[in-house]
Design a protein around this ligand. Structure first.
Ligand code: DOR
Length: 445
């Protein structure tokens, strides 16, 4: 079944680019070498002139199922992923009801297996009192802790509760690091006078740094694997540069936090630019980009958080926070590379190798024998314009509407099967996606 020979592509890895053929048997890469001779019955994919990346991984998305499927569901979200070259995603538990029990997370895996186009993993959500559940869900890719409240009801803001979660168990903890009390105090101070332009000061850099500092302290105290989701401030980048311990603590950044810059972006997009943690001024964006380039920040993600136009049009402060992004992640980063900000191998490291390594995903993140045949095949010569109304996400809008980007995803391949090509997600019956496997040995003792 599905034996494939990809011929003549420029294969991109974190260490370089080289022209090679890639042989795939039963969804697994078996050989990467120049000049492979086709075998009988093998499907041939001519890729001369194209670049072949390991499948891109988005380690932070919100696909809204159960409870808010008018915004997105696992099918539409994974379709958006496939169309953006994303072959695996990790999904967040702030659904309705929130995913806070092992049983709910298992049900989500079972549901995803019936309709996802790409491979998937799910976080379990922490509450002040579900420690037992957190520690009885080996399937989850990690524990999500909202230290500051955002969309949904999940929140663990008190230190004793955080101590208990960090101090018991081994699974990776991924934190939304914003200090809830500081946010509340800022909100109360401004009261009814607050406008959208105040959003990044209500959810202030100090609030982000305070929560990140506490999470790092607890990670070190309990030797507990910590991932800081969507860093947004220069202060956090500086702090992590000093304090991060490789192998114990990792961090991510979303492209919108260095591409969409306040205050102008709020004038341009209104509440469509509202998200948590917020879009901020240029100094933060510059520091975050530098931290990514320097390896202080390990990987990219989107925090794909779709809300409908009707919901966004409610105005500040009623509009919900969040913006879609899973299908524009790789195109935006490719454009950035093709404009000279970074290299193509950097993309393979930040978007493929690093997320796979940080979460202990088995068989993901590299074009090497023994790995899953997940690929993002791109044409560097093409261009693509992002347009509202022409997207796969159910909400069908993007903060990048009208942007023309260099490079284009031509095919997305998951375990040897083309799931997206030339603008179309190739759906057949039940989805092709499978649960990601996580290496238990990678969890820290
Ligand atoms: O802006 C955000 N939206 N930040 C989050 O943390 C949650 C997300 C959502 O789910 O809407």
């Amino acid at each position: 079944m599905n034996n494939l020979l990809i011929r003549g592509a420029q294969v991109v890895s974190p260490t370089g680019i080289s022209r090679a053929d890639v042989r795939v048997e039963n969804g697994t890469i078996v050989t990467v070498a120049a000049g492979l001779v086709p075998e009988p019955g093998e499907e041939i994919l001519e890729a001369t002139g194209l670049h072949l990346f390991p499948g891109v991984i988005d380690p932070q998305v919100h696909f809204r199922e159960p409870g808010n499927t008018h915004k997105e569901d696992l099918e539409s979200g994974s379709r958006a992923a496939a169309s953006g070259g994303v072959t695996s995603f990790l999904e967040m538990p702030n659904t309705n009801p929130p995913g806070t029990t092992a049983e709910m997370i298992r049900a989500k895996y079972a549901l995803a297996s019936t309709k996802c186009h790409v491979d998937f993993g799910f976080f379990i959500g922490a509450t002040p009192d579900n420690l037992e559940e957190l520690n009885s869900c080996p399937e989850a890719c990690g524990i999500k802790v909202f230290m500051g409240s955002s969309t949904g009801t999940l929140l663990v803001s008190e230190r004793p509760d955080l101590e208990r979660i960090f101090g018991n168990g081994r699974k990776l903890i991924a934190v939304h690091a914003e200090d809830d009390a500081m946010i509340k105090a800022n909100k109360d101070r401004l009261g009814d006078t607050a406008t959208l332009q105040d959003h990044p000061y209500i959810r202030s850099p100090e609030a982000a740094l305070k929560a990140t500092t506490l999470a790092v302290e607890l990670s070190k105290k309990y030797n507990r694997r910590l991932h800081i989701l969507h860093c947004t401030t220069e202060e956090e980048a500086d702090f992590l540069r000093r304090e991060k311990i490789e192998g114990l603590i990792s961090a991510e950044v979303c492209p919108q936090h260095f591409l969409l810059i306040a205050p102008e972006i709020y004038d341009k997009l209104g509440t469509y630019a509202q998200m948590n943690p917020p879009l901020r001024e240029a100094r933060h964006g510059k520091a975050l980009w530098k931290a990514l380039v320097d390896g202080v920040i390990d990987c990219t993600a989107t925090d794909h958080a779709p809300h409908t136009r009707e919901e966004k049009d409610k105005g500040y402060p009623l509009a919900p926070a969040g913006m879609p992004g899973v299908e524009t992640l790789f195109p935006l980063m490719l454009d950035r590379a093709l404009n000279g900000y970074c290299t193509l191998p950097d993309l393979a490291r930040w978007m493929c190798e690093a997320p796979a390594r940080l979460y202990g995903m088995v068989g993901k993140g590299a074009v090497k024998p023994g790995y899953d045949a997940d690929f993002t095949l791109v044409d560097l010569q093409a261009e693509r314009t992002i347009r509202n109304g022409h997207l796969q996400t159910r909400v069908n809008w993007s903060p990048y509407d009208g942007c023309t980007l260099k490079g284009e995803v031509k095919k997305t391949i998951v375990r040897g099967k083309v799931v997206y090509e030339n603008g179309v997600v190739v759906a057949e019956g039940r989805g092709w996606g499978l649960p990601l496997k996580f290496d238990p040995a990678w969890e820290r003792a």
